[in-house]
Ligand binder design. Structure first.
Ligand code: SF4
Length: 467
């Protein structure tokens, strides 16, 4: 622990410490030692970081192999960046490992480097600078975004190369670390001229599980546990359906063994879609018999059943979420959503039957095929949902963000003016009792621009945005 020397640092230190004190540990760990010191950085707020199992699980994987890994998160006003575990300033760590989960976090990664006086361009850094490694889902669909920023880009899941990765970092001299990393198949490095790499999706064995819970996470005090990785579907706008293949599922007996040891806890099950988990019935049997409360990250309406919804309702869920995505059947077919209006209606009826009074519906708009008949179908559908008796209906509207690695990658993104016109049209015609939220165009546009960046463009883009 390093006591801060001025008021501003003390404020930052206290902010980090407050979150740390709220964490309840499930797995005891003594962090320490000078060998293998790694700063594991989630370049977003604590709330977002703690809602991601990756931030905990990567630390667990490296910690169990003897590395001194400490977690960091990001706030725009931070200057010192203190670790969660021991409140040590980030400058004291020789290796900075970023988990890059969302495109817009690129600017936060660059901001951290800039605030610590570290050149954003990897080629301008010297041996006394930390080694910067960037991995995570964004690098899986476009590693070129960070190739000029990272000394090393890690592609795919860490589990596949965990032994080599740990061995590489278990050194005190930079040269040995660099040489070790260059031997790993999943590493790409423009700076060190390593262009050959292979991707890998990890087996969920052991089952990834968080080592702490916190009230600040979107999963509020629940233990996160990953039961599925990747998605068997191929919705045309979704990167997960195209980059995370083959899909991996945790063995249900392994999952139940973890639940068995933690019967007094609540759980948050993580999967691209929980309803795609092949052993869901057996898992629900256990959860129901043992009276274990749980949340799920996401579910498809065509896989819903009465029991799943009832158990979620009994946990503490006020609402449930359905993602029709397309505003009409035609648009769903263009999006390869593979979901019929009848299936959505059935899901809504099920929700109603178990007593949900609040439903959230998630849509994507802005495809060039949309016309007024699609919007008419959308309004009629919402009128029908109102008639079903839901007390609260919340619709979330998002502009299509065409992503690389998907069939929509070459589509144009709707312009701001068009998006605003469609928003006005929706507000005017949607049933009055339906609440509608529109995703920020500005944030979506940045997401689109970053997801398509190539090498050198990233540096220019960052410099422009951070001006
Ligand atoms: S949108 Fe959902 S169901 Fe479709 S591919 Fe993505 S994760 Fe799978």
């Amino acid at each position: 622990m390093r006591r801060p020397r001025n008021e501003e640092s003390f404020k930052e230190y206290s902010f980090v410490l407050r979150y740390r004190k709220d964490e309840k540990m499930i797995e005891k760990r003594e962090i320490g030692g000078n060998l293998g010191r790694v700063a594991l950085i989630f370049p977003n707020s604590y709330s977002v970081a703690s809602g991601s199992l990756a931030w905990s699980w990567i630390q667990t994987l490296l910690f169990r192999r003897g590395l001194n890994v400490q977690r960091f998160f990001y706030e725009k006003w931070f200057r010192r960046f203190y670790s969660m575990e021991e409140q040590i300033p980030i400058d004291e760590f020789p290796v900075w490992l970023f988990t890059f989960q969302f495109e817009n976090d690129l600017l936060n990664i660059a901001d951290i480097l800039r605030k610590k006086g570290i050149p954003i361009a990897a080629r301008e850094r010297f041996s006394y600078h930390p080694i910067v490694i960037i991995g995570g889902p964004v690098t899986l669909f476009n590693h070129r975004i960070v190739e000029e920023i990272a000394d090393f880009v890690f592609i795919g899941d860490l589990e596949c190369s965990i032994e080599e990765f740990t061995a590489a970092l278990m050194h005190n001299d930079k040269e040995s670390i660099v040489n070790g990393l260059l031997r790993i198949n999943q590493i790409y490095s423009s700076k060190y001229n390593k262009s050959e790499f292979s991707n890998c999706i990890g087996q969920l064995q052991p089952v990834p599980v968080a080592h702490y819970t916190t009230s600040h996470s979107p999963y509020k005090n629940k233990v996160l546990i990953e039961i599925g990785r990747g998605c068997i579907r191929r919705c045309a706008f979704c990167v997960t359906g195209y980059t995370k293949k083959p899909v991996k599922f945790a063995k249900v007996d392994d999952v139940i063994a973890i639940l068995e040891e933690n019967k007094d806890k609540e759980f948050g099950f993580i999967s691209a879609t929980i309803t795609g988990y092949p052993y869901l019935d057996k898992l629900l049997d256990y959860l129901e018999n043992e009276n274990i409360r749980f949340s799920v990250s996401s579910m498809r309406v065509d896989g819903l059943n009465e029991r799943l919804l009832r158990l979620l309702k009994e946990t503490d869920h006020r609402s449930f979420t359905i993602a029709p995505e397309g505003i009409s059947q035609k648009m769903r077919e263009i999006m390869l959503k593979d979901l019929s209006t009848e299936q959505i209606v059935r899901g809504l009826e099920l929700g109603n039957s178990v007593g949900f009074q609040h439903v959230k519906l998630y849509y994507i708009i802005g495809l060039e095929e949309e016309d007024t008949s699609d919007y008419e179908e959308f309004y009629d559908f919402l009128k029908m949902v109102v008639k079903m008796g839901y007390k609260e209906i919340t619709v979330s509207i998002n502009p299509l963000v065409p992503k690389l690695s998907t069939p929509f990658s070459n589509r144009r993104m709707i312009e701001k003016k068009e998006y605003e016109e469609r928003a006005t049209f929706i507000r005017k015609n949607i049933p009055k009792s339906v609440k509608v939220n529109f995703e920020s165009y500005k944030e979506s546009r940045i997401q689109y621009e970053i997801s398509h960046l190539k090498a050198q463009e990233s540096l220019d883009y960052i410099n422009e945005k951070l001006k």
